[in-house]
Design a protein around this ligand. Structure first.
Ligand code: Z16
Length: 793
């Protein structure tokens, strides 16, 4: 390993020799790139060392296959994990550059929709912090999740183009390319079966190092980019067809062009299935090449390779691995099946029926003719070995990817305790009966480096000053704050941290969005994808009811509250887009009301992404986690808020259940029906009407919306929403409203007593250590992967 110059030297060298600038002429982007390269150099040593260590020890490797990695910005992550914050800030200050501005110049890599993609990013960081040899495999989308803006309150989508700015972190690997085939035909000669694809594209690797805490270890995020095998059609060019000559390249690149913008809804589009096979095929080739170089004997595969399927999106890995082992490498089918099962495991992230992937067999068979044959054989084998089996993975002229994933995996995990129980009792009940040891729980977690140390430096400093710095990679240590929580002077400091964070946010909102808020208000925050089950409309209904009530009685001693929203709706999800518009319309009316202005303000911040979350989470007083019980598989935002000292108002759903157990029922504002009660209530005739009739506040809020109080030029604008709520109300917004209102008034009372509130908030921080993704990854290593840490080994 070479001895690196000082960070200052390194930055100036890169400025000069990598970017051809001196400090006088460097623009912000040059500085950002130079700092990134200087930090990257320091990561690269750890990275190469980790690779050597993995080879030398012959350790088992973990492969995390995911269609989404919502990594956000990486520079601060690197600086924080290498403990270079003060040094980097000082060097930039010396040259008159603002550290925050340099960090903010980096594009926010949004290669994911929401929780699932962000979880994958937190997991990669924890895998590196723990020194577990691992690769993430994904797609290098040219366009990540769309950018969102509002025009007259409506969501407008614009293409995102993160690669337009220079990207500091990836290493192109032109030598790592694989062919991926589609379509064509299958040739069967006795036992020998060959697939001859009609179309082929090439997958090229781009590597990003992911460094763990203190730079002890670094793993690789390998993203595949689509390209043509013959990029340029000279023949067509020579015949004057200039556009046609470039067509093969354009077509091949389409495969990694754009991230599908749907969170928990599957569209069943052909290009999406192609993306899924593209990722999976390239990743498996790469995994087997690496295995062959080092070990060779394919029967050892499960001892050396663990492949985690992040949802069913890469589920084609099952049949693909069987195809390679059986068709190409000549292993008997049963052996190929057993080896594949030994390697594969599957994480389920939702029970929503619209999210469970099922492909039409005609589309599937046309694109992957050999795989559908193998799936039939896998299904038949499973049926033969389990005579009581009823449900086939090949029912209704479809391929059911959840069933396929379950059968091909040796472990299947849920992402919270409740979600895991519901998997056993609902969607996977038959498979659970047949394979009672297969389903396990690994409750999600979040990385404390990004979600506390990085995003909330004031709180991090207070914690370190109080209990030392060991909490950063041993988050359970936060319980050592418990004595401090009893100490009034310490609590004042804790409260001051929150207050300072709120002032920062207020200033930022004024500067960037022209929204002026009083930092003494209760900052009530709901940030997540827009979805009926997440019930942003329950929140805005309560907001409207509160507004009416304050107008009736302005002198009643209301707790001043800022209702903050952020989140994107899938472009085709019109109901969710209507909810956004309603919130914006209601905000305009409410914010213009001088009577209620001292007590209530509403803002919907556009273009929610990881970076915005990093701003909002440290400044929140209250965390809104109000999904219909049984619908949110886990949630991970809920953990970030609790860790940063925002108590939850929430239902008994997903990981909320476990958060409440850890922070204590007295520090959590619980409301609403349980998952069991939800299932029963759906069968009660006219449940919505009953709830509306029983609660005049709800009645009035619905009337205001329906009668056009927030859309006077277009009074019918929200009849879709009100009609749904007064009619089917599948997500039981009305049925939970009254109890939600009650819980919110308890919040008001608790917040009015500032020392009580600080104690609740600090208690949330002290008891959230269990929600570190380090704990989650240790669980996967022990219960699913049988993988070991190589730090200190
Ligand atoms: C997603 O973000 C999630 C589930 C899913 O099927 C697809 C996507 Cl893109 C989310 C869950 O909704 C959330 O509850 C969970 O915390 C997260 O995945 C990570 O497990």
């Amino acid at each position: 390993m070479t001895k690196l110059p000082s960070l200052r030297e390194s930055i100036l060298q890169h400025l000069r020799y990598s970017f051809g600038k001196d400090p006088e002429h460097a623009i912000l982007e040059d500085w950002r790139m130079a700092v990134s390269y200087a930090v990257r150099d320091r990561i690269t040593d750890a990275w190469i060392n980790a690779t050597h260590r993995t080879y030398d020890t012959g350790a088992k490797r973990v492969y995390y296959l995911s269609m989404e990695f919502l990594i956000g910005r990486l520079l601060e992550d690197g600086i924080v994990n290498l403990e270079l914050v003060d040094e980097a800030r000082a060097v930039l200050a010396e040259f008159g550059k603002d550290y925050q501005a340099v960090l903010a110049d980096e594009p926010d890599a949004a290669l994911g929709n929401g929780g699932l993609g962000r979880l994958a990013a937190c997991f990669l960081e924890s895998l590196s912090t723990l020194g577990c040899p691992a690769h993430g495999y994904g797609i290098r989308y040219e366009h990540g999740l769309f950018r969102q803006s509002f025009v007259d309150g409506r969501q407008v989508e614009m293409p995102e183009h993160w690669l337009e700015q220079r990207h500091a972190w990836e290493f192109e690997r032109p030598e790592v390319r694989y062919r991926v085939g589609f379509g064509g035909h299958v040739d069967t000669r006795g036992e020998t079966v060959r697939w001859y694809p009609a179309e082929e594209v090439e997958a090229e690797a781009f590597d990003t190092p992911v460094v763990g805490w203190k730079g002890r270890w670094a793993n690789t995020l390998r993203l595949w980019s689509g390209r043509a095998i013959h990029p340029f059609d000279l023949d067509r060019f020579n015949h004057g067809d200039y556009a046609g000559a470039a067509q093969p390249e354009a077509l091949a690149r389409t495969i990694s062009r754009v991230l599908y913008p749907d969170d928990t809804t599957e569209q069943g589009k052909e290009l999406r299935l192609k993306q899924e096979y593209f990722l999976t095929c390239a990743a498996l080739r790469d995994i087997l090449r690496r295995f062959n170089n080092q070990f060779g004997d394919l029967r050892k595969l499960p001892a050396k390779v663990a492949i985690q399927l992040n949802d069913t999106h890469p589920a084609i890995a099952g049949p693909e691995l069987v195809r390679v082992l059986h068709d190409e490498r000549g292993l008997p089918f049963d052996d190929a099946l057993e080896i594949a099962q030994g390697c594969l495991s599957y994480t389920n992230h939702t029970l929503l029926p619209e999210a469970l992937e099922a492909w039409d067999e005609s589309l599937f068979g046309r694109l992957l003719p050999r795989h559908i044959q193998l799936i039939d054989r896998i299904d038949a084998t499973h049926a033969a070995r389990n005579p009581s089996r009823q449900q086939s993975m090949r029912a209704d002229h479809q391929v059911k990817m959840g069933q396929l994933s379950f059968v091909m995996a040796h472990k299947v995990n849920g992402v919270s305790a409740l979600h895991t129980d519901l998997m056993k009792s609902t969607v996977f009940s038959e498979l659970h009966r047949l394979h009672p040891d297969r389903i396990v729980n690994q409750t999600n977690g979040v990385t404390p480096r990004r979600w506390l140390l990085g995003c909330n430096p004031r709180l991090a400093s207070l914690i370190t000053e109080s209990i030392g710095e060991a909490w950063v990679d041993d988050l359970d240590q936060l319980t050592r704050l418990e004595p401090n929580v009893q100490d009034a002077a310490w609590l004042d400091r804790y409260a001051q941290v929150k207050r300072d964070n709120k002032v920062d946010l207020a200033n930022w909102m004024a500067r960037h969005h022209g929204v002026h808020v009083d930092p003494d208000m209760l900052f009530d925050v709901q940030i997540k994808r827009l979805h009926e089950y997440k019930r942003q409309h329950l929140n805005i209904l309560e907001t409207i009811a509160l507004w009416s009530e304050i107008r009736d009685n302005p002198e009643a001693g209301w707790t001043p509250r800022l209702k903050l929203f952020a989140g994107k709706a899938a472009p085709g999800y019109f109901f969710a887009k209507d909810i956004i518009r309603l919130i914006n319309d209601a905000a305009a009316v409410i914010n213009a009301d001088p009577v209620t202005a001292p007590y209530l303000k509403v803002a919907f911040l556009p273009n929610y992404n990881v970076s915005l979350a990093e701003r909002l989470v440290p400044a929140a007083d209250l965390s809104e986690q109000i999904s219909t019980a049984g619908k949110e598989a886990s949630g991970t935002g809920n953990m970030k808020f609790a860790l940063n000292g925002a108590p939850t108002v929430g239902t008994l759903d997903g990981a909320n259940v476990e958060i409440r157990e850890h922070v204590g029922a007295e520090n959590f504002f619980l409301f609403g029906m349980t998952a069991e009660e939800v299932m029963e209530r759906r069968h009660v005739d006219g449940h919505a009407w009953r709830a509306i009739e029983a609660d005049p506040r709800l009645r009035r809020a619905l009337d205001l919306i329906r009668d056009g109080r927030f859309s006077p030029q277009d009074p019918g604008r929200y009849h879709g929403i009100t009609g749904n709520l007064e009619g089917p109300d599948y997500f039981l917004v009305c049925s939970d409203f009254t109890d939600y209102w009650r819980a919110q008034r308890e919040v008001d009372a608790a917040f009015a007593d500032r020392s009580r509130w600080s104690r609740m908030a600090a208690w949330n921080t002290a008891r959230s250590g269990w929600f570190s993704s380090d704990r989650t990854i240790r669980g996967y290593m022990a219960d699913i992967w049988n993988a070991q840490s190589l730090i200190g080994a």
